[in-house]
Write a protein that binds this ligand. Structure first.
Ligand SMILES: [Zn+2]
Ligand SMILES: [Zn+2]
Length: 329
């Protein structure tokens, strides 16, 4: 199976948190957290359409300016989701600059605060051409933690405790479409953009009798689906950072992580600093491993290592492997 989502840490595990997730076949990408983004080239930054922020401590939010600088003159609506308070922080960033001479800039930002208890999103759209002037708040409700659904993915969120509200996310492909290679060969159908168009048509749930032309001959979507497609469960990616290791957080986040293919999870400290982890509401590597085990994750990617542990990187993987038997990187 060729995965649809290609997530990777932007920085090394000692660097600022940020995960860049490219969606294959699409000119769009997603970002989890806005730590230092200086390693992301402009072409990658320009693809970002959705950003999911855990909280606004500086190491998770300092990259906002670099991203904004990069997309400022673009025709784009950038969606930013985060815990309660994210609107205030985005407005504060924007207030740091002067916004004249931008009346022809089409960029807009839609910022949404996740009110988990009420299962609502409070959103505001800020237009560059209006100097990002504040506009009316919009409220929408959601259910089953699902804050966003598109044809390619849905996103679930919970709010956890980091002495402040801190959002954790899961990012899921509704189902995965595989093409039968032997059928392509037998029919003499060359791979090309038509496969992407077919995939899009199926994901959008177009009626089964919709016509679709391949090599000059028209088929119905149902005919092509039956002949060419194998449907398998979609990918699921989890992103959890900066949380206290208590059962309240673990139980809450388990609701959205279950069975994830890759769990990106912070591990600020090692076992010898478990008291510091407790005090600062961070995880140790073994606690991150326990979370991955409880979430039945297939793979765990650790990040957000404390700089004091430079040179002890291998211990993070050793300690996590005591509590989690899946892949760890
Ligand atoms: Zn933090
Ligand atoms: Zn942090």
């Amino acid at each position: 199976m060729t995965p649809l989502f290609l997530p990777q840490l932007v920085n090394d595990p000692f660097g600022d948190p940020a995960v860049y997730l490219q969606i294959r076949h699409e000119k769009t990408a997603v970002l989890f957290d806005l730590g230092d983004l200086s390693r992301l080239p402009t072409r990658k930054l320009m693809k970002i359409d959705y950003i999911f922020v855990s909280h606004c401590h500086m190491d998770h939010f300092i990259g906002f300016d670099r991203l904004l600088r990069c997309v400022l003159g673009r025709q784009k609506n950038l969606h930013i989701f985060g815990p309660p308070g994210i609107l205030h922080h985005v407005q504060g960033k924007l207030a740091g600059y002067t916004w004249n001479l931008v009346e022809n800039y089409p960029l807009s930002l839609t910022v949404s605060e996740i009110q988990a208890d009420q299962q609502t999103l409070t959103s505001q759209t800020l237009l560059c051409r209006d100097g990002f002037r504040e506009t009316a708040l919009q409220t929408s409700s959601f259910s089953d933690h699902t804050i966003l659904s598109t044809t390619n993915f849905s996103v679930q969120a919970v709010i956890l405790d980091h002495k402040i509200p801190c959002a954790a996310y899961s990012f899921q492909e509704p189902f995965h479409l595989n093409f039968r290679r032997e059928v392509l060969e037998k029919q003499g159908w060359a791979r090309g953009p038509w496969l992407t168009e077919l995939r899009k048509a199926l994901r959008r749930g177009l009626p089964e009798d919709t016509g679709f032309t391949v090599s000059g001959k028209t088929y119905t979507l149902k005919e092509l689906k039956d002949l060419l497609i194998i449907i398998t469960p979609g990918q699921k990616i989890g992103y959890v950072t900066d949380i206290h290791a208590g059962s309240r957080n673990f139980n809450r986040v388990a609701a959205i992580l279950d069975g994830c293919d890759i769990l990106f999870c912070e591990a600020a400290f090692l076992d010898d600093d478990c008291q510091k982890a407790e005090q600062t509401c961070h995880l140790t590597a073994s606690q991150a491993g326990r979370l991955a085990r409880e979430a039945r994750a297939k793979k765990l990617v650790l990040f957000h290592f404390s700089p004091k542990n430079h040179g002890r990187q291998s211990l993070y993987y050793q300690e996590a492997s005591r509590t989690f038997s899946g892949l760890i990187s």
